[in-house]
Structures are given as structure tokens and as C-alpha cells.
Design a protein around this ligand. Structure first.
Ligand code: ZN
Length: 251
């Protein structure tokens, strides 16, 4: 983009005054195109903060409607939104927060037959889903289509997050770490319990990983961040490309 308007300079002034962001960094944030898959605890949290930060284009993918048990963690949804489509309500709320964000809605599940078309326009794919099968599918197409993948998962007081650029150099992919097998539970993480604050943190950590890359900060594409929130213990697990990975191995 060429020039920030006076309104944009004022709106984003607290970011622009940060030395390592400035006007040029804010322009990079506004130029970013981000697809959020899953509008639950992670997706609503990251959508809220990325729209406030000024991300220019946000895509929202979800086929679900809002129910009462979502409201402990899915920020921006309220009781009168129950039974309405998550993408419709999130679209409306983001527009209220930041009318400058261009938002695309996809009222569908991500599947083999629609994933390429939906991914096409975005640089960043945020996996905010709650099951392993969809995560493996998203990882496969991020690798094939050279998209940067930011993933997170929640369970009880714990969260994990990572950013992948598996098509670049020797970087691993999601499946190098979480080998795709039948061993993963079929139940989604919300059936195992999620605390409101942990869901919010998971989304904002995904947002931070994304913004770090947008600003070209030093980003590690070979580690999983693990945060145990009940005692605030953070660990990073470093890992390498699996030479036998069926998604990203170099032939
Ligand atoms: Zn791999």
C-alpha cells in the first residue's frame, strides 16, 4: 500500500511509535491477508486482536452455529447470538471493531474439495480447528501451496502453538512433529475442557506469531511452544524435518 491516511496514523499510533514497527511495519500489517479456519475459542480471539492490529484482509471459515456452551470462551459472541451462524456474527463484530478490515466469509467446513480455492488468496493460514484430521489436511495444503501455517491447540489449562513454513529450506511441517496416525483421539479438544482465559491466550499467541513474521522478526519455524497456564510454565520443543514425512520430505 502507498500511504497511510491520517485516520490510520492516529488509530494505529500506539503500534507505529514502537521503534521496530513504525509506519513501514504498520503498512506490512495492513497488507497481510490471513485466513482463520474455525471461529471457536481460538478463532474469535485471534480475529478480534488481528482486526484491532489492522490486518487488511481476514477470511473466516466455519459452518457452525453459536450455542450456549460456546459463550465461556468464544469472545465477541453473546446470548442473543445463539443459533446464528458463527461467521455471520464474527463478520459483524469485526466490522464494528475495525470497519477498514476487508472480511470474507466461508460458511463451510474445510474439505479436500474446497480447500485450494479457499486458500488461494491468503498468505497466512491460521488453524483454529479442534480436531486432528482437519489439522493434517490444512498442513498438507499449506505445504503444497506455500502458505505460512500458524497453529494452536487447547486442552484444560494447557496450550500449544507453532508457526510453520515447511516449503522453505529445511523447515519441518506440522506432520513432522505430530505424525499422522490412528492414535489421536477422535474427540475434539472442547470435549476435553477449555478454560476461557486459556482459549483467549491461545488465539493471541497465534496472532503474535503471525505478526512477528509479518514484521520480519526472527521467527523460529522449528519449535512448538507449550504453555501450562495453571503454573505458568513455558517450554519450547525444538524439532527437525522428518526425512520420512509423507507431506514435506524432499524427493
Ligand atoms: Zn513434514
Amino acid at each position: 500500500m502507498s500511504k497511510l491516511s491520517n485516520k490510520q496514523i492516529e488509530k494505529y499510533s500506539r503500534q507505529i511509535i514502537i521503534d521496530s514497527i513504525g509506519i513501514s511495519g504498520q503498512k506490512k500489517i495492513i497488507d497481510a491477508k490471513v485466513l482463520i479456519i474455525g471461529c471457536g475459542g481460538l478463532g474469535t480471539s485471534v480475529a478480534q486482536y488481528l482486526s484491532m492490529a489492522g490486518i487488511g484482509v481476514i477470511g473466516l471459515v466455519d459452518d457452525d452455529t453459536i450455542n450456549l456452551s460456546n459463550l465461556n470462551r468464544q469472545t465477541l459472541f453473546i446470548e442473543e447470538d445463539i443459533d446464528k451462524a458463527k461467521v455471520d456474527i464474527l463478520f459483524k463484530k469485526i466490522k464494528e471493531i475495525n470497519p477498514e478490515v476487508s472480511i470474507n466469509k466461508y460458511k463451510t467446513k474445510i474439505k479436500k474439495n474446497n480447500i485450494k480455492k479457499i486458500f488461494f488468496d491468503y498468505q497466512y493460514i491460521l488453524d483454529c480447528t479442534d480436531n486432528f484430521q482437519t489439522r493434517f489436511l490444512i498442513n498438507k495444503f499449506c505445504h503444497e501451496m506455500k502458505k505460512i501455517l500458524v497453529t494452536a491447540a487447547l486442552q484444560n489449562f494447557d496450550l500449544q502453538a507453532a508457526i510453520f513454513k515447511s516449503w522453505h529450506g529445511k523447515n519441518p511441517c506440522y506432520e513432522c512433529f505430530f505424525t499422522n496416525s490412528a492414535d489421536y483421539p477422535e474427540e475434539s479438544c472442547d470435549q476435553m475442557g477449555i478454560l476461557a482465559t486459556v482459549a483467549g491466550l491461545g488465539g493471541t499467541i497465534q496472532g503474535q506469531l503471525l505478526i512477528n513474521d509479518v514484521l520480519k522478526k526472527k521467527v523460529n519455524f522449528s519449535e512448538i511452544i507449550l504453555l501450562s497456564c495453571n503454573e505458568f510454565r513455558m517450554r519450547k520443543i525444538k524439532f527437525k524435518k522428518n526425512p520420512k514425512c509423507k507431506i514435506c520430505k524432499v524427493n
